[in-house]
Design a protein around this ligand. Structure first.
Ligand code: MN
Length: 253
């Protein structure tokens, strides 16, 4: 379906009573109809970002983030934890009849229709695929620029204030989960956090939108180097954020 057809369908739905629409498009079309009614659908497929069901190569070596994240943590995290999410996602997709030629974002946007296994592993796969790209080797005075910096300063008054608020979200997330910078339905930048492997693309999530930047605060992400000191991991992590990548996600919205 091309964009014109999509927009046409959306406009059609907006101008038609739900009951009439359901009768017109028939039961086979109900799923698409309900998805089109979901306002998070638009942000979930922002720009060209579309995540497949296979684990992509790490965009740097295990040793590249040393002094912030040690090589052993990177290897176990990527090759064991994240790889397991991808495998379990594909097992669940096969069992539950998900078309893996479609995007993971598509599944996340209606995750309430699937099992807990799908929720945990589709989230786990997506979150880690994004997380690796959100990092790069350590750079001095690491900060965003251009339109993203302007938006951050507009919403959070300063980059320092933004970092402080995001860090608090990461440090205060109880147990396992993620801190996020995301854009909400009105394209405003918002900071939040989610439990386990949930993320803002999920229809069941308390926070909804398109994730721009994510930080993994599961103990497996930092415990070998930082032990119980999650705050030190969070503070140090800012040195390896790939702001170029974050900027491309921001511009896609
Ligand atoms: Mn992780």
């Amino acid at each position: 379906m091309n964009d014109n057809n999509k927009n046409g369908r959306r406009a059609f739905i907006m101008n038609t009573a739900k009951g009439t629409a359901a009768l017109t498009i028939g039961l086979a079309g109900m799923d698409q109809f309900l998805v089109s009614c979901n306002s998070s659908r638009k942000v979930a497929t922002a720009g060209s970002f579309s995540t497949g069901f296979t684990q992509q190569p790490l965009p740097y070596s295990y040793t590249s983030l040393e002094n912030v994240i040690d090589a052993q943590t990177m290897e176990i995290h990527y090759a064991k934890h994240a790889a397991a999410y991808t495998k379990n996602l594909n097992d669940a997709a096969l069992a539950e009849g998900v078309d893996t030629k479609k995007s993971v974002e598509d599944v996340l946007s209606r995750i309430s229709k699937y099992s807990a296994k799908m929720r945990n592993n589709a989230g786990g796969h997506y979150n880690h695929e994004m997380f690796w790209k959100c990092m790069r080797p350590k750079t001095n005075d690491n900060r965003p620029s251009g339109a993203l910096l302007e938006a951050i300063e507009r919403e959070f008054s300063s980059f320092a204030n933004f970092k402080s608020q995001f860090s608090d979200a990461a440090k205060n997330r109880f147990g396992s989960g993620w801190a996020w910078l995301y854009t909400n339905a009105t394209k405003k930048l918002v900071i939040g956090s989610s439990p386990n492997q949930d993320n803002p693309l999920m229809d069941v999530s308390d926070i909804k939108g398109f994730p721009i930047l994510g930080l993994d605060v599961w103990e497996h992400a930092y415990y070998l180097k930082y032990q119980n000191k999650r705050a030190d991991y969070v503070d140090n992590w800012w040195n390896v954020v790939n702001w170029n990548y974050v900027q491309t996600r921001f511009q896609a919205v």
